[in-house]
Design a protein around this ligand. Structure first.
Ligand code: 5GP
Length: 120
């Protein structure tokens, strides 16, 4: 099933640069690149380079706490880099009811327009 922990996703190909993406930040642990179907003027995905079973947040174990923190900290760095001084939104979709479509955990960074609450 696509949500199995070791099933590769499109993000593995993006990490290996087998398919192109617009990378905005990269280090040894994470990759941040522009979403192909942006929902806001700035829409960036931040992913761990090693999935380690982390298909989604619901699969997190204590060993993932460092990478989870790094994903969020990277979101802050990239928000600053993108000039989102006025604010931004972080989203992690999980599972079918959360509208998750790629089973390799990712943080959405959205900004550049007014967000609404509740999101619907
Ligand atoms: P999810 O729905 O799982 O939270 O988010 C997956 C996101 O990945 C979607 O916003 C979708 O547009 C994005 N996405 C899917 N395939 C690609 C791709 O090949 N390249 C890029 N840059 N984004 C993708």
């Amino acid at each position: 099933a696509p949500s199995d922990s070791d099933t590769p996703t499109i993000f593995d190909k993006i990490i290996k640069k087998e398919i192109p993406s617009k990378v905005v930040y990269e280090d040894d642990k994470v990759l941040a690149f522009r979403d192909i179907n942006p929902q806001a003027p700035t829409h960036i995905l931040i992913i761990p380079k090693v999935k380690d079973g982390l298909t989604g947040l619901s699969k997190a174990e204590e060993r993932h706490c460092d990478i989870l923190g790094w994903l969020l900290y990277t979101a802050k760095l990239v928000a600053k880099q993108e000039g989102l001084e006025d604010g931004f939104r972080i989203v992690i979709n999980d599972g079918p009811s959360g509208c998750q479509s790629v089973y390799h955990i990712h943080v959405h960074l959205l900004g550049g327009r007014q967000m609404n609450w509740p999101p619907g």
